[in-house]
Design a protein around this ligand. Structure first.
Ligand code: TA6
Length: 305
């Protein structure tokens, strides 16, 4: 049964054993089990805290939360009433259709349009579609944002937004390295003052570790990343997500998260493709698509990038 809908989630099963589970709440992927070219046995590739709410009571602490229309605290006047990371990860999406179901893989489409709860905090019309595709050794997640405004005002009713896929990669935090960020410009959100947080830094490390509290926003990042640890790894390819965030709260911040399991900060790194520096802008009728493709690596050495 390649696509099953049950208990508020959609379960995808690949003929060769891979699987994925997507909550309709937040369109959050809460599980992705996959083998790789060396070992066909599917293993869980994402981290979800055992204390995470998966009952729709709050955004999931783990998996792949969908962040839209704002990343972090609202910075755009139109987002003033929104909470951190926007409403998409806390809204109930609609299962729209099965896009593909064959030997190559299985793909489903979820949609979100303004609900009454959204409209009390955000006035703009929009249409989101989230297409999740499971292949034998790959998971793709594509976010389609459309400005559905019908007005012909001058200037046109533009939709300005940020978007990010907040991917929690299951990995040994003390040993994981993220490539290739060297030479990139990033903003360090762990700095104690707003002034320091707003000053760009240059990344000098070949492989970025998260051995300490890390919350770095890399602007205009490469768009292809490798997350490597002894004995494992994951490749992330991103399209139109021009930036990438690397986050691990360590015990310092992780122990303060009510839905973070004890020591959970030692078992993941967030590598989050996003459009978060500045705002993407769509005129009426225009659509933007951000894509993330996750592929388990066969070993723990960075492939030629
Ligand atoms: O993506 C990193 C970040 O923005 C951190 O600053 C931290 O707040 C994290 O997201 C988790 O945010 P959440 O609202 O899910 O607790």
């Amino acid at each position: 049964m390649p696509v099953e809908q049950k208990e508020g989630k959609v379960v995808l099963t690949h003929p060769k054993g891979a699987s994925a589970e997507i909550l309709l709440y937040g369109a959050t992927v809460i599980s992705w089990k996959s083998g790789n070219k060396i070992s066909s046995t599917p293993v869980e590739r994402l981290f979800v805290s055992s204390k995470a709410a998966v009952d729709g009571s709050k955004a999931v602490r783990g998996g792949i939360p969908v962040v839209f229309p704002n990343f972090g605290a609202p910075a755009h006047p139109e987002h003033a009433k929104l909470s951190q990371h926007g409403f998409a990860r806390s809204a109930v999406w609609t299962f729209d259709s099965i896009v593909m179901d064959n030997e190559a893989g299985v793909s489903v489409r979820l949609t979100l349009t303004p609900t009454p709860d959204i409209m009390v905090q955000y006035f703009r019309p929009f249409h989101l579609a989230y297409v999740v595709t499971l292949a034998e050794h790959q998971l793709s997640t594509d976010l389609h944002v459309k400005n559905t405004s019908q007005t012909t005002s001058t200037p046109p009713d533009a939709l300005e937004f940020q978007a990010l896929l907040h991917t929690y990669i299951r990995a040994p935090t003390s040993e994981v390295l993220v490539y290739p960020l060297s030479g990139g410009k990033y903003y360090d959100k762990t700095e104690s003052t707003e002034e320091a947080r707003s000053q760009p830094k240059e990344e000098t490390r070949t492989g970025v570790d998260v051995k300490k509290f890390t919350d770095s926003v890399y602007e205009n990042a490469p768009g292809k990343y490798q997350v490597i640890w002894p004995g494992g790894g994951l490749e992330i390819k991103a399209k139109n997500f021009k930036d990438v965030v690397v986050w691990n709260p360590s015990q310092e911040a992780g122990s303060k998260l009510a839905d973070m399991e004890e020591g959970g900060w030692e078992r993941f790194v967030c590598v989050e493709p996003g459009y978060v520096r500045g705002f993407a802008r769509l005129n009426p009728g225009e659509t933007w698509v951000g894509q993330q493709v996750l592929t388990p690596l066969d070993g723990d050495r960075p492939l030629a990038l």
